[in-house]
Design a protein around this ligand. Sequence first.
Ligand code: PLP
Length: 417
Amino acid sequence: MSSTPTGTPQTRTAENVRPLALLGGIPAFAEPLHVGRPNIGSRQRLHERLDEIIDRRWLTNDGPLVQEFEQRLSDWIGVRHAIAMCNGTIGLEIMIRAAGLQGEVIVPSFTFVATVHALMWQEIQPVFCDIDPVTHSLDPERIEELITPKTTGILAVHTWGRPAEVERLQAIADRHGLTLLFDAAHAIGCSRGGRMVGGFGAAECFSFHATKVLNCFEGGAVTTDDDRLAERIRFMRNFGFAGKDRVEYLGSNGKMNEMSAAMGLTSMDSLTEFIATNRRHWELYRDRLEALPGLSVFEHDSNEHHNYHYVVVEVDAQQAGLSRDEIVRMLEVENVLARRYFYPGSHRMQPYRSLQPQAYRVLPHTEALCQSVLTLPTGTAVTTEAIERICERIGTALQEADAVRARLVESAADRTV
Ligand SMILES: *Cc1c(COP(=O)(O)O)cnc(C)c1O
């Protein structure tokens, strides 16, 4: 199956090792390898569904495929309501508004910036809270000190699909009369205590963007067990219409169209296979990379459901001999486009950097993690052979750390000329 030797890179003899592209060798891949290349299900099933849409001439506005998608989603998660959205960001905005959040909301900085923007967009002040360096999610110990009379909620993130500490977060929210919401963009198909993500807090919001494990081209969904909240979200998704000619709420347009639902349903048909592939990839990366000094792969609880969609590696620069950034640059020359999610942290992006220039002071773990993690290509578009090769390149680079670093310093000097 794989044409590369399966031994760990350290056990190879020097003459087997091809020179790193950075050091004059040829790149490991002819074409760039991206993180988040989409998973595609059955092409035939997708085409059939698209034909149905055209035949029906029902393209959007709560069409039959959107309804089917919502039904399958809520059945699978075990939640009363799933409300499909045009994308995850609009889903977050509508969820936040429908839940009545205002004033200040506690949120991690270590997240995709859309989580924070969804608050700021409606002039809610994001209050950045540090994360736990093990779980990469909000540290419950750091929340209460940030609560003020203006605080109305907590917006937590299930980072990399690993569920946040929902029980402790809920206890804090209850104690202070706050609303707990989740950005579940990474966490479709993940569970905690045997319960699927989607039913925690007052509501949760998924993303089905092309780069996520289950995609609708663009899409999202808000899930909740709260009937009244679900009703408000449905109205707000559709301009506030509560009936023909009757507008009862300030609303937006968050509707999912039928094409997206067709893609979502087709992705859902194959989700078990996507996840099985992800899991095999994740295990291979873990086995190969943890055999190297200074690298650790972000773990998941094997007793829970998980989608294994992100392969997240923490680099201990001291032990590895190369920093995260040096490894990323070395891989780039090999045509492997590893990502530094969520560098540099939302608090170092605009407008937050200007509005809250001191935020970093309470975010030591966020700051450290933004310097040490990288995300590697996985999913059904990546082969095991490619993963073996990526790991081999990283192993070789660590063995030749001094030469790699020297070459990177040189090339940085070249670039300034
Ligand atoms: C992808 C993502 C979003 C945004 O979702 P879109 O569907 O792209 O709008 C929000 N939060 C997190 C954590 C994400 O990863």
